[in-house]
Design a protein around this ligand. Structure first.
Ligand code: URP
Ligand code: ZN
Ligand code: ZN
Length: 484
């Protein structure tokens, strides 16, 4: 079945012009002005609209059991929410329990994701280390098409790994042509700060923010950057929340290290005042790690997106209901960590980024799809409107408006951290591999239509940092024997 998107302005990360887009069999067949509709084709009028590559959210946790709760959005509702907001692919986290086989965890996640309405891929988490993990990483890369491995430097006693494990895993990534991702917070220090605040009687959600200051994130980021450099691999730092972390990433990049940073849409528009809200529920709903930061950090993160020292805007969608958050009523360390955002990332970023002149439309495409598609080695299948690309296409109406409200959302949680934000610029139509998933406010996405997207590893020569060069070109010092 063919579809012609007629009369819009195509915006890719690297070019933008008036053009029609012809879609057939799930891929883009032609991009040019004045295309004729083949017999029987559907025609979508994109007059006055931009035609963008579907968004890719590389950081989600759907149907995830964490801190004794299972997220309310599973693969069906998380991906439906995504499609309604113009995001056509998610990369979720496959997280083996410590001691569990990666292969078993992969099978669990494939089963959970059968309900997905949008395309998806996985990052595999390294939550423990021994020869089994070393061996199974190869299967993940070569058989399952997973070229990214996630490491939690926080969540002590649960998912956290130490430097010894980081180094071994990073070396393995380098050898396999894979890239490590880090949740960069110093879990040991956080643990002690949490105890200190609880002892002082700080039990509410504000304690969550006090016990995770920017320093714990900056220290862990710097450490991970140095370990990656010594191991000879690139590094992707997830949920980059503050100036100190952005500076560490920018410094590393200026020194030639391949380090990527991912601010979340939440950090760009929300700040730590949320945790001082007099309503406990309001504050607890916003508990996530790292926490929202002082407002001054926002300008710094925007500058990173403008300058290219930060590359991707994600959500870390990990949605718990108010009832689930109340597990931590008397102790903030028991509040399940995570917020939502998948449905609103594109509209909030357009409103706060493009409409304000902070980023251009092409930069919007770069940070919502093209950059991460390249980082994950799926470009231009994803992240571009080009002949041969998957027909993941959004007809974006820059004049459409809505005020975000949990009452009207598709996500299964009972609140929205962006509640009340007035957006201008919304998806009018979302096509997922050529099928209409969202049309003028009508959700047409079907559970089970999403496909698993396997990703090839990078050639090993891709990863050539300074330590790698030293390790591979050792120069022993030749000493002259002196006879007395
Ligand atoms: O608070 C968060 N971010 N929850 C999800 C798990 C993680 O750390 O990414
Ligand atoms: Zn995290
Ligand atoms: Zn996460």
């Amino acid at each position: 079945m063919a579809t012609l998107i007629r009369g819009g302005t195509v915006v890719n990360h690297d070019w933008s012009r008036r053009a029609d887009v012809l879609v057939g069999d799930g891929t883009v067949v032609a991009v040019a002005p004045g295309l004729d509709a083949p017999a029987g084709a559907d025609v979508i009028d994109a007059g006055g609209c931009y035609v963008l590559p579907g968004g890719i959210d590389p950081h989600t946790h759907l149907d995830f059991e964490f801190m004794s709760s299972v997220t309310a959005d599973d693969f069906e509702w998380g991906t439906k929410a995504a499609l309604s907001g113009g995001t056509t692919m998610v990369v979720d986290h496959c997280i083996p329990a410590p001691g569990q086989s990666m292969l078993a965890a992969y099978q669990d996640w494939r089963r959970k994701s059968e309900k997905a309405a949008a395309d998806y891929g996985f990052h595999m988490a390294v939550t423990w280390w021994d020869k089994q993990v070393f061996d199974e990483m190869e299967t993940c890369v070569k058989t399952y098409g997973i070229n990214t491995f996630k490491h939690f430097m926080a969540y002590k006693g649960a998912l956290m790994v130490n430097d010894d494990q980081l180094y071994h895993s990073f070396r393995r990534c380098a050898g396999l042509g894979a890239m490590p991702l880090v949740h960069a917070e110093n879990g040991d220090v956080i643990f002690h700060l949490q105890q200190d605040y609880l002892e002082r009687g700080v039990t509410g959600p504000e304690g969550h923010a006090y016990s995770r200051p920017p320093e714990v994130e900056a220290e862990a980021t710097s450490r991970a950057i140095m370990i990656a450099d010594m191991a000879g691999c690139p590094l992707y730092v997830v949920h980059t929340s503050c100036r100190e972390v952005h500076e560490a990433i920018a410094r590393a990049r200026a020194a030639g290290k391949r380090v990527y940073g991912e601010p979340l849409i939440q950090y760009l528009v929300l700040d730590e005042d949320e945790y001082r809200h007099p309503d406990w529920d309001h504050a607890a709903r916003r508990v996530m790690s790292p926490p929202f930061r002082a407002k001054a950090n926002q300008a710094n993160l925007w500058a990173g997106l403008q300058a290219g020292s930060l590359q991707v805007v994600a959500t870390d969608h990990c949605a718990f209901t108010t009832e689930q958050k109340r597990m931590g009523r008397n102790d903030f360390t028991m509040i399940p960590n995570g917020t939502g955002g998948l449905e609103d990332r594109m509209a909030v970023l357009w409103t706060s980024g493009v409409n304000t002149g902070r980023i251009t439309m092409q930069e919007f495409v770069a940070v919502t799809s093209a950059n991460i598609a390249r980082i994950l080695n799926v470009y231009p299948r994803k992240g571009a409107i080009a002949v041969g690309s998957d027909a993941d296409v959004v007809v974006w109406d820059p004049a459409a408006t809505k005020t975000i409200s949990a009452k009207h959302q598709i996500s299964r949680i009972d609140y929205n951290v962006f509640e009340g934000i007035a957006c201008r610029g919304l998806p009018r139509v979302t096509l997922a591999r050529g099928r209409v998933a969202w049309l003028d406010g009508d959700l047409r996405a079907e559970s089970g239509r999403g496909e698993y997207v396997a990703r090839d590893p990078f050639p090993a020569v891709h990863v050539a940092n300074s330590a790698w060069r030293e390790l591979n070109a050792p120069k022993p010092v030749r000493r002259v024997e002196v006879t007395p």
